[in-house]
Design a binder for this molecule. Sequence first.
Ligand code: ARG
Length: 461
Amino acid sequence: MSNKMWGGRFTSAPDAIMQEINASIDFDRHLYRQDIAASKAHAAMLAKTGIITADDAAKIAHGLDTILSEIESGKFEFKRALEDIHMNVESRLAELIGPSAGRLHTARSRNDQVATDFRLYVRDTVDALAVLLADYQRALAEKALDHAGTVMPGFTHLQTAQPVTLGHHLLAYVEMASRDRGRFADARARLNESPLGAAALAGTSFPIDRDMTAEALGFTRPMANSLDAVSDRDFVLETLSAAAITAVHLSRFAEEIVLWTSPLTGFLRLSDKFTTGSSIMPQKRNPDAAELVRAKAGRIIGALNALLIVMKGLPLAYQKDMQEDKEGAIDALSGLSLCLVAMTGMVRDMVPDTVRLKKAAGDGYATATDLADWLVRALGLPFREAHHVTGRIVAAAADARLALHRLSLEQMQGIEPRITDAVFGVLSVDKSVKSRVSFGGTAPANVRREARKWLKRLDKK
Ligand code: ARG
């Protein structure tokens, strides 16, 4: 049998492999809620404009509600022979209400239908991600407040650089997540226009009301060009870009969790809830969740790349290639949700080893810059000279296998005679972080203020 939805001029059914490659129902079934909502809005508009009767519209709306509950209760039978979500729903509608079902597709095409459904789906997903990002920020800001004064080594090139506070480090990720939220919000604002009514590509001769369907579906306006409406997927690309950047941020932090839970550093511990064991090595505590967050970034970036490549050679308007927008995007966006929830869980769960962190902060001459700054301030040395003198003092400390603050005043005066014992006031890691009160700096007082500001801001939303 040829296809009921488009088989008028066909005499035989598609080859099995044709059906196999053509079907998108395995992934676009995720759009069922949006597909039904858009069809209801369309049917109501068709009745309001007199294109179909109120009676047909009522039957359609009732049938669509039945289908929604069938799908949600798992009773709906999705059929691959019906290709996609649109035809699965419409075919079931015909079974439920008879010939009135055939009127729903007036002044509409699957091209504007799928563009509408997917915009709605991406919009709903972005809204859910915004909530998860805010939860993640809240967990980070709370932990930052707890550890505003916890000193740890700050690294550049993964070499000990200067002491920082753990709270400051965590708040860096709050800032990144805030820009991530901004990118999703920007994408949402641009995607929120309605393609519905663009029909196949050229619009329609029926007297439709596109403002009405746009408003019913929460769009700000109908898209102004029917060709554009059915043929662009920039809204998916933009959202996937935001997702890829977010995933990269999460991945960097995940990598730090892997480093910090390793016995190489022992900076923090995750509880059994976020750790797995080894089937052969009984002592192991593996940070698998963090590793998987790091890995999933690859898939999310891959989805963005894949769709950019799918789109780049397509002439206007709709091409079936565009059906490939969904599988990767749905996978990437649900993967990102999972990563966010897992990271929020790990942030809440993590217990930093404050003693080890502080000890590591003092290793590697982390307060050398404080010494150089002191030479500038107390002795009036030009910074370049202070840097050189400090380098010689660090070398002397390294020769003597001592930390900077363990060198005697005499040893330091052997290199720069004007040094006084006031220098010891800047050589401890606590003093170092406390002194960094410049705007955006790591001082505990700054961190406390910023963490509280974030918690208040996040509370309001
Ligand atoms: N399943 C299709 C997609 O995702 C729906 C649109 C089909 N349109 C068409 N002209 N065949 O793109």
